[in-house]
Design a protein around this ligand. Structure first.
Ligand code: RUB
Length: 330
């Protein structure tokens, strides 16, 4: 089965991180599903569904950690599956993708509005990496007249912090760029930390750019509040069923220049792109549906995916011979 070249191109942009950030890759994937539908040449419903599943698989295999990517594609596929003809299937895919993109952009604006209420006049806010949701909060607070300043961490090895720095400065927020390793040095100047999320698990842990958990530790030690800004499509239903979140590991060439790697041939480098911040270090999760404590993540998941989770649970089988009895009658 052949995928549309346009879909392959979007998948490559995501893989190469030319489109990056959990929200952006989700929207790009939804858009790619719409493109796939519009590019479909045949007329058989079965063939169309197989082709769409294939496109979905190509898109979700680009980056493993951000569940937003999977949830965007799943959102479109769940609707497409109900089509009774190929033409209807195309129409449904286009509508679903447009809906997802609109509500995703709207969610970022609502998060900015809600989250800005937690930022007080005179606050110093620190952010890590480049999260549209986190920046939406800081920029909205500033736009509403709160006199705030920001720190943006560099975010090695890919320096996404520079994007945040520019975005904040362009919005008028006085911002200082600091090395990741300087966070504990500056944390006492900071009133609030606001970061984004790639995935939120059922127990309220947050997977975000590598270094987030160290910042959370420093903030916790200093008594500084840490808020996570995230759309609810970044909550992972699979984690209710005990699945772990895969942490993407990227190449050594992102950490060191090629000439150094060529010179030091035996150098062993590891480059995980994300880490996990436990719920204990998170003061609140700010979503488009309101502010929740991290432990309430499971409630959002059950509200959104309860039926699917229940269906999955019926597939769980246990070997009675090998299972340990819960009680003994001896
Ligand atoms: C980006 C990153 C961002 C989250 C949230 O990682 O970790 O903090 O994706 O971003 P990468 P947003 O650069 O590796 O994609 O709020 O924009 O979805």
């Amino acid at each position: 089965m052949k995928a549309s070249p346009k879909v392959l191109k979007i998948a490559q942009l995501i893989r190469d991180m030319r489109v990056r950030g959990a929200g952006r890759i989700a929207r790009a994937a939804a858009y790619a599903m719409k493109v796939a539908a519009l590019e479909y040449q045949g007329s058989s419903l079965d063939d169309y569904l197989t082709y769409m599943r294939h496109s979905a698989q190509i898109l979700t295999s680009t980056r493993p950690t951000a569940v937003s990517l999977h949830n965007a594609v799943r959102y479109v596929m769940n609707k497409v599956r109900r089509a009774s003809s190929c033409e209807e299937g195309v129409e449904i895919a286009v509508k679903a993708a447009d809906n997802f993109i609109d509500s995703s952009l709207n969610a970022v604006r609502i998060i900015g509005e809600i989250g800005s209420r937690l930022i007080e006049d005179g606050d110093t806010v620190l952010t890590h990496c480049n999260s549209s949701a986190a920046l939406s909060i800081i920029k909205t607070a500033y736009r509403k007249g709160k006199n705030i300043v920001a720190y943006a961490t560099e975010t090695r090895p890919k320096f996404q912090g520079l994007l945040s720095y520019r975005e904040l400065v362009d919005a008028g927020v006085p911002t200082t760029l600091i090395p990741d390793s300087a966070v504990r040095y500056f944390i006492r100047d900071v009133d609030k930390v606001v970061v984004g999320a790639d995935t939120v698990t059922a127990n309220g842990a947050v997977v975000n750019k590598i270094g987030t958990s160290l910042i959370a530790l420093a903030a916790y030690e200093a008594g500084v509040k840490l808020y996570v800004a995230t759309e609810t499509y970044k909550f992972s239903p699979a984690t209710i069923l005990g699945e772990l979140v895969e942490i993407e590991e990227r190449g050594a060439e992102e950490v060191l220049p090629t000439y150094t790697l060529l010179k030091l041939t035996n150098l062993k480098v590891r480059n995980p792109a994300f880490d996990v911040t436990p719920p204990e270090y998170i003061d609140a999760i700010i979503t488009e549906r309101g502010i929740i404590p991290p432990k309430a993540a499971a409630l959002i998941l059950l509200e959104d995916y309860g039926t699917e989770v229940a269906e999955e649970l019926t597939k769980v089988t246990i070997d009675l011979e090998e299972s340990t009895p819960l009680y003994s009658t001896d």
